[in-house]
Design a protein. Sequence first.
Length: 122
Amino acid sequence: MGTRRPSGVFSPKDLLADFPFSVRDTAQSLRKLMQEAVPGVREKAYPGWRIIGYRQSFYFAFIQPKADHVRLGFQWGTRLPDEEGLLQGEDLSHIRYVPFESALDIPVDSITHLVQYASCHK
């Protein structure tokens, strides 16, 4: 018999539990990067959207696990400086994202810069 969680309590680990190991590992690496890049950032799982959202004074980013990769998305991605051309999602209104198939694919310095910028600029 499983452990029941109080209504409304759903952690990021709960959200990631059903994904393959490579997706969980990549998402966990991104979660760690978010915590280190923006100390005190608030993290919340949104099971309906299947994302992990991040906010400071405003909602600015999300981790979106998919079947075979993970997206790090930015709510106001069209406003981010993207000198390296990492951001995708031109078909979306203002959201942009960077896809990762593995934790080893994460360019830590570049992504840290994007995360820090996004957390301060709406």
